[in-house]
Design a protein around this ligand. Structure first.
Ligand SMILES: Nc1ncnc2c1ncn2[C@@H]1O[C@H](COP(=O)(O)OP(=O)(O)OP(=O)(O)O)[C@@H](O)[C@H]1O
Ligand SMILES: [Mg+2]
Length: 470
């Protein structure tokens, strides 16, 4: 390591000299200042990579210098680690200074190797900071669409397709696994279109009970049925002039599909209990994590509606197929949660990033987001380290290894029910872990309905009381 610039500030000339010799021998370019004032004079011109300063000095002391250096570095968009050198009796002050942003401190008398080690670490941190700054800059460029982040070739082709349909009112069908960003994309389509000023109305078709779907979507007139005390506007009408997002469209019962098809084809709706049709201008964006083609083949989804919806089909690739996005997304979420938690997080260590990048993320971006949020909350330092990642990112996660494992059937026989229940239970736990306890998402990840998940949780005594849909 050589050529990096170090500014040494100390009112004691013998120490300045000693430090210069020590660090110049390691190949650093060193300049010295005999006071905080002098250090500030040469700071801008010298542009040091690290400042090494005495804590107790007449005039501007180490702490005040730290504040001023930080302010200047911030203005210049640079990161300059600051190391304090302190006498034995004032270590407590130096510790306090690390809370003000000092990188570290060295207590006098110090060991030469210790000092070199701290300087080396400060420079490594500076480099990490620069790498993360580059990642952050990339985020702002062409790698974003609405709130969607991701630079992989697969995401770029998604953006390209979306940009072509954004300005139109063509209906879109977004397909993809749970947690891949389908809803975020639907919003991007709406807010990037001419309808952005109009409403964006999202409906979870799987969450509305079958007998209420029609009145939710199309509204009803007062007296249409018992309990209809006044007129109610339906979601189609609420989305007039904007976009109606039909989420989980694959869950919509066949009876409702007929009516939705009609509404889309004719651009007209009739509220329950009414006769007069209303003409509406609504763009439909639908999403599903099922293969609707298969649903059609099994007569669980109407073919005519399918073709109405997927005029343009956008496939959201699973995260494991766009490994290149993980680093950028990780950085994005670190920033997001660092702000939320009010923690000055800078990024992740290379080792931490490597662990994240080698995990397959069955819960896709949502799972990555949960992992980073938890890590930011747990982390005590300013960078994410492997220690704050959940166990599953450390371990060996050969996919479906338990399904391939050699079966052990002893001569005395086994209790099949108990064995199967054990596996089932582990999958339930895993799904809840991966989704951060979100039962709706966990059910999707397991390919079962919310109702079925709830039943199983009760069966295993895993229902923590709250059984409502999250
Ligand atoms: N590319 C991305 N950039 C930033 N955040 C993302 C991205 N993709 C997903 N997210 C975030 O991950 C979470 C899940 O995304 P979203 O709800 O859009 O997924 P989904 O495909 O609709 O999932 P589901 O099928 O389970 O409803 C959200 O919090 C979203 O903000
Ligand atoms: Mg969704």
């Amino acid at each position: 390591m050589s050529g990096e610039r170090i500014l040494i500030v100390d009112d004691e000339s013998s120490l300045r000299e000693f430090l210069s010799i020590l660090l110049e021998r390691d190949g650093y370019v060193v300049r010295t200042a005999a006071s905080g004032e002098r250090a500030l004079d040469i700071f801008d011109g010298f542009a040091p990579d690290v400042v090494l300063s005495d804590l107790n000095m007449p005039g501007i002391d180490g702490i005040e210098l730290l504040r001023q250096v930080r302010a200047r570095a911030l203005k210049a968009g640079r990161h300059v680690p600051f190391i304090l050198v302190t006498a034995y009796g004032t270590v407590a002050n130096a510790v306090a200074a690390t809370k003000e942003g000092a990188f570290d401190y060295v207590a006098k008398p110090f060991n030469n190797d210790e000092l070199r080690l701290i300087v080396g670490r400060a420079l490594a941190m500076r480099k990490l900071e620069a790498d993360n700054a580059r990642l952050r800059a990339e985020l702002g460029e062409r790698f974003q669409l609405g709130q969607l982040v991701g630079a992989s070739p697969k995401m770029q082709s998604v953006y390209e397709l979306v940009r072509r349909v954004m300005g139109t009112r063509i209906n879109c069908l977004i397909c993809g696994e749970s947690g891949t960003g389908k809803e975020l994309l639907a919003r991007a389509i709406h807010y990037g279109s001419e309808r952005a000023q109009g409403p964006f109305v999202a409906v979870n078709c799987g969450a509305i009970p079958e007998n209420l779907i029609e009145s939710e979507l199309f509204g009803y007139l007062k007296g249409a049925f018992t309990g209809a005390a006044q007129n109610k506007i339906g979601l189609f009408k609420a989305a007039n002039g904007g976009t109606l997002f039909l989420d989980e469209i694959g869950e919509m019962p066949l009876s409702a599909q007929v009516k939705v098809l009609r509404a889309i084809q004719e651009r007209k709706v009739t509220p329950v209990g009414g006769t007069a049709e209303e003409t509406l201008d609504v763009r439909i964006v639908a999403a599903t994590n099922r293969d609707l083609g298969v649903e059609v083949a099994h007569n669980r989804f109407r073919e005519d509606l399918y073709y109405r919806l997927n005029v343009v089909q956008i496939d959201m690739p699973p995260l494991r197929e766009r490994a290149g996005d993980i680093a950028v997304l990780t950085q994005h979420f670190i920033q997001k949660f660092a702000e939320e938690y009010g923690k000055p997080m800078r990024g992740a260590t290379p080792e931490c990033l490597r662990l994240i990048e080698s995990y397959p993320f069955p819960g896709n971006v949502r799972e990555l987001q949960n992992v980073v949020e938890r890590a930011v909350a747990f982390e005590l330092g300013n960078v994410l380290t492997p220690g704050s990642l959940p166990d599953r990112l450390h371990g060996n996660f050969a996919p479906a290894s338990d399904e391939r494992a050699e079966l052990n059937l002893p001569p005395g026989g086994i209790d099949l029910e108990a064995r199967v229940a054990g596996v089932e239970r582990r999958y339930l736990e895993k799904a809840l872990e991966v989704t951060g306890g979100n039962r709706t998402q966990a059910a999707k990840l397991l390919g079962i309905t919310f109702r079925s998940l709830r039943y199983r949780l009760v069966k295993f005594g895993m229902d923590a009381g709250d059984l409502s849909e999250s």
